[in-house]
Design a protein around this ligand. Sequence first.
Ligand code: GLA
Length: 387
Amino acid sequence: MFTFKKCILPAAALLLLCSCQQSSTKNGQNKPMETAQMPNSDNFKATVNGKQVQLYTISNGQMKAAITNSGGRLVSLFVPDSSGKMVDVVLGYNHLKDYETYTKNGSYFGALIGRYGNRIAKGKFTLDGKTYSLPINNAPNSLHGGPKGFSTQVWDVVKTSPNSIELHYLSKDGEEGYPGNLNVNVTYTLTNDHALQIAYKATTDKATVLNLTNHSYFNLNGDGGTVNNHKLQLNASRFTPVDSTLIPTGKLEPVAGTPFDFTKPEIIGSRIDAKNQQLMYGKGYDHNFVLDTKVKGEHLAATVWGDKSGIEMQVYTDQPGIQFYGGNFMEGGDKGKSGSPYEKRTALCLETQHFPDSPNQPQFPTTTLKPGETFNSVTSYKFVMNK
Ligand code: GLA
């Protein structure tokens, strides 16, 4: 028997479904549509070392980010591409446990790095006449704060707001070989001018060395595919060449006339196979660039363009250097957020920083932090919209 309920309601539901699908296909003229999904926050709920881990979502209306207090990681960063489609521009996983399982690729994905980002030669440095020994986790050097660096720690969540989250970590005196109780606060904010801003603050009770950064792996086309066709510009006319173990030789060399010249926009892969000893040492780009700083405070350090998405990202920082790492050590074998493996050079990192091995290179800007001083630094990943 014909009833209103049996016939009209299903028809109305069908109509509603069609109109939703239609508004997605009309995307570009209408509201932005999301292709990738935010990871399920349930997959990030855990108690680690007695601390609660969760996934937090922040938004500024046009962009959305997911951050977990495990390693202070940026898990997802959605920005609209030139047609309004929402693209997740950072690599990561759908489950907290994947970050532990896929240590080869994923151990630093999106993570906060400390106490010392990048390498310290042979894991040794001397401060105020005392020599400190750090664990060697990237033989023969110590990398990214050691095997139990900040990327492996659970951060305390101090404050959240719709567009920001503040994290805190107390790195105890002697942790991973570094002196001093170091209190670090990091605030991620999605600003009104389309930026993911990362603000770092640190104090210590004993002289120590410090180099804080974020290790996000960007692919401006979204998940999968090489970044070799992305374009890159670096505001750096010099870089710090390295030895075969990726420790700076101590010289600042001009990039002019070398594959390291990104002072004008260049396709990343265009010179990557050039016969060049520095490229051989890094297995591609894995070098610190000396930023041409003309103003105090945040300045434009780098610009990247996604070749397929048209997304343009600008990196601003007040730090003296930026590590351009082209994903040379990525190996596949894992499953990323979209299910595809993260193969060699499917992402790039632009780690704003002090120069690697500064504690052993007195001619480099100092990385020493003393009691009574406050380290403050800001880096912003800003997206150019409505072109
Ligand atoms: C940094 C280093 C690279 C590599 C990555 C992580 O960028 O410079 O050599 O260790 O981190 O894989």
